[in-house]
Design a protein. Structure first.
Lengths: 390, 375
């Protein structure tokens, strides 16, 4: 059975170049980057070279790159490293759980959070961020691209507000990394978190841009690694893999691969929208298209239980996802779509297709063959089928 | 893969359903494991005395989902957790709460079987391309082509292991549901099932059986009622009233009819030289009648919301054995129609503690004739 993976926003496979770049650092150049001998120096050189690449990737200084374990650590560091009792924190209701759950914990320390809701289009209005600011607001955290809709948030406008008001600004850029060009100065942020495995790098490694002078306290303390900003022996193979993935991502943005990906996504989207009772979540604001990353589309299917479609498609060889998995692995209606104003039924009937940059036309063809069949089958059985259209 | 042959196994993370998955996978059937996520065990944890950390051994506890997933991985079958929390709350938890508040003693397992385990599970199974489901219930399900003038009928029978008989909770199954359901454990005893689990290398072969109501951690339904109503922002209706003897003498007062169930002895709040039991709960007057053990015996009962399995419908009186609670030994009785969707059951010998809200299930030998809800 042909298998097509269209869940790139969950994770991505390593590219062969990444695997190759990492290979010597498991057994041959296995040194601890803190050691003074040759083995240590080889590792240290590899980490510094990777830092150079990441500085180019972020558009920042090398000293502003901190390697960590990934997006969750970056998000947590921004929040717990900057906020003190009595501070106020602004974020949005469509963030990843690494932000939302951390914000929940803040309440214990007398730190209040304002969750700004998106427009029905999925966009955060920067004016809503501005309106939420109080004298004690210390940090704003907004994601670059939403993981479920792919909608790109107006981070530059929010960065300007942060600069005007002297508030720290963190961007959770996990879903934007490798999909749009980065420039930390243009984004106007103090902190920015990314994860390697969303852009064909290895799992368990990530990096954070920390603008010089930002007084963020480390989450982990111990050795003096990463200029005392993140203790723990460097994950050298991971760091090398991340840098290789970032380098390849920059190429993909420059050589038109990402534009081709957008074309492929649009083709998939148009194909699915041929079916009656379907629509895209977060594509339009009135009649204006909303900016999205190239690989993502979130589609609702009338008269359908999304969870059943995900399972049915998996059994037919197509990997996609809908909603977010709860602790047991069951699907909860997406908090992002609910925040955009979709009702529970529509949120449950929505699925995310997120293409890999290695996707081929044949992959899209296959999905366009399998999905309509599965949808028709489900609708024919569905008790929701007596419901109304639209 | 031949889709018609795919079987969805309802996996709870217990030994029984795990053994079913192992047996079917071993026989070469295309098997898909499904677990219904029915209730979030952390939802009311820590409120009104409900334990903080739910123990394993209940449906939807994280440990059980973990166990089910491990079994599926071991067998190499696809496995999915399906979220049915909304439907469970609407069709099982809500009615459970209302029944108690109305002075009856509900059985959530039968409601769950009717609405979730069979109706919803079959629906989910068919939508993912499986035409049949298999569960770890101890019951036998056979098609008899000679019934109904040769049209044939699906018959539900008591299992080989009578100590594990679960037919009492399955009386609501329709012919359409039975036609698509497999009970592979019907001919095995529990020790044999554990042996199957061991033989197939399942790590949970020795896992203890679960007994309690799955969504009530700690097993105290009163705590659950209080915590649930509070969460919903509702107040329990005022049902305080008199506690009276069977001769009408007022013995004291009670705080709510939902604190009582017919046959209950403890927690009555009155002292008496001989043990007293709840005989009757009157939801209209809120009066709870208590009396001696002997007074608990009743000769007849009425049941409604009937479902017939071995017969198309009851048209004339029929000799059956009737079971009125899970741990009740079926007793000889005569079943007679008593109006639309209602029967009257007259026992040969008076039966102890007939409890409104429980079901009455009728047997002809090992066959389940049908059943209904005691009013």
């Amino acid at each position: 059975m042909r298998r097509v993976y269209m869940d790139g926003n969950a994770t991505t496979p390593l590219l062969p170049e990444v695997m190759e770049a990492m290979r010597p650092y498991w057994m041959e150049h296995f040194g601890n980057a803190s050691s003074i001998h040759l083995h240590g120096q080889q590792a240290h050189t590899a980490v510094n070279r990777a830092r150079e690449t990441m500085a180019e990737f972020f558009g920042c200084r090398e000293a502003e790159v901190v390697f960590n374990s990934g997006g969750t650590e970056g998000d947590n560091t921004a929040i717990f490293g900057l906020l003190h009792p009595g501070d106020h924190f602004i974020t949005t209701s469509i963030e990843h759980s690494a932000i939302l759950e951390a914000a929940k914990r803040l309440a214990r320390n007398n730190i209040e959070t304002t969750f700004v809701a998106p427009e029905p289009s999925g966009l955060i209005d920067p004016m809503d961020i501005r309106r939420a600011i109080r004298p004690e607001t210390r940090l704003i955290s907004v994601m670059l691209a939403n993981n479920e809709t792919g909608v790109l948030q107006p981070v530059e406008a929010i960065g300007k507000i942060a600069a005007e008001t002297g508030i720290f600004f963190h961007i959770d850029a996990v879903q934007g990394a490798g999909k749009i060009e980065f420039d930390m100065r243009r984004f106007g942020c103090h902190l920015c978190s990314i994860s390697a495995h969303k852009m064909h790098g290895p799992k368990g490694i990530g990096a954070m841009f920390v603008r010089r002078g930002t007084p963020v306290e480390p989450l982990l303390v111990g050795g003096s690694h990463e200029r005392r900003q993140r203790a723990g022996t460097e994950n050298v193979p991971g760091i090398v893999g991340l840098a290789k993935a970032a380098e390849l991502a920059m190429h993909s943005l420059a050589d038109g691969t990402i534009d081709r990906l957008a074309t492929m996504r649009n083709w998939l989207e148009e194909g699915i929208l041929q079916m009656y009772g379907t629509g895209v979540n977060g594509a339009r604001d009135g009649d204006q298209p909303v900016p999205r990353v190239a690989n993502t589309t979130n589609i609702w299917f009338d008269q359908l239980e999304g969870e059943a479609l995900v399972i049915a498609l998996d059994l037919k060889g197509v990997s996609i996802s809908g909603g977010s998995a709860c602790h047991s692995g069951a699907t909860e209606p997406s908090h992002v779509l609910m925040a955009m104003g979709l009702d529970k039924t529509r949120a449950r009937a929505s699925l995310r297709f997120s293409l890999l940059k290695t996707a081929t036309g044949a992959d899209v063809d296959h999905v366009l063959q399998v999905v309509p069949q599965a949808v028709e089958h489900l609708r024919a059985l569905s008790p929701v089928a007596v419901g109304t259209l639209g | 893969m031949n889709e018609n042959a795919t079987i969805a196994v309802a996996m709870s993370g217990g030994v029984d359903s795990s053994a079913v998955a192992a047996m079917l996978a071993h026989e070469g059937d295309a098997v898909v494991g499904l677990t219904l996520q029915l209730w979030d065990q952390t939802r009311l944890a820590g409120k009104h005395g409900i334990p903080d950390a739910p123990k394993a051994g209940r449906c939807c506890s994280l440990d059980d989902v973990y166990d089910a997933r491990r079994v599926a991985e071991h067998l190499g079958i696809p496995y999915y957790v399906v979220n049915q929390q909304d439907r469970f709350e609407q069709d099982v938890v809500r009615p459970f709460v209302s029944e108690y508040l109305a002075g009856r003693t509900p059985i959530p397992c039968s409601l769950c079987n009717n609405h979730l385990k069979f109706d919803q599970l079959l629906q989910t199974a068919r939508s993912i391309g499986a035409d049949r489901i298999a569960t770890g219930h101890y019951a036998v399900n056979e098609f008899d082509p000679n019934r109904d003038f040769g049209r044939g009928r699906w018959i539900l029978k008591r299992p080989a292991d009578l100590a594990k008989d679960q037919t009492y909770f399955l009386f609501g199954l329709t012919q359409a549901q039975l036609a698509r359901t497999l009970f592979p454990l019907g001919h095995l005893t529990k020790p044999e099932v554990r042996e199957v689990a061991r033989k197939r290398g399942l790590a949970l072969a020795e896992k203890p059986d679960s007994q309690e109501i799955c969504f009530i951690p700690g097993g105290d339904y009163k705590q659950f009622l209080t915590a649930y109503l509070e969460e919903q922002g509702e107040r329990a209706p005022e049902t305080a009233g008199e506690l009276v003897a069977s001769n009408g003498e007022v013995l004291g007062r009670h705080e709510a009819i939902s604190n009582f169930t017919v046959g209950q002895r403890k927690g009555l709040g009155v002292s008496s030289p001989s043990p007293l039991y709840v005989l009757n709960i009157d939801p209209a007057s809120h009066r709870v009648t208590v009396g001696a053990d002997a007074e608990l015996a009743t000769r007849s009962l009425r049941a409604r919301q009937l479902n017939w399995i071995s017969i198309p419908e009851l048209t004339a009186p029929m000799r059956v054995r009737a079971k009125i609670r899970h741990r009740h030994e079926p007793a000889w009785a005569t079943l007679a129609p008593a109006g639309p969707d209602e029967v009257i059951v007259t026992f040969d010998e008076p039966q102890r503690a007939v409890t409104p809200g429980q079901s009455a299930v009728f047997y002809d030998g090992v066959e389940v004739v049908g059943g209904g809800w005691i009013i």
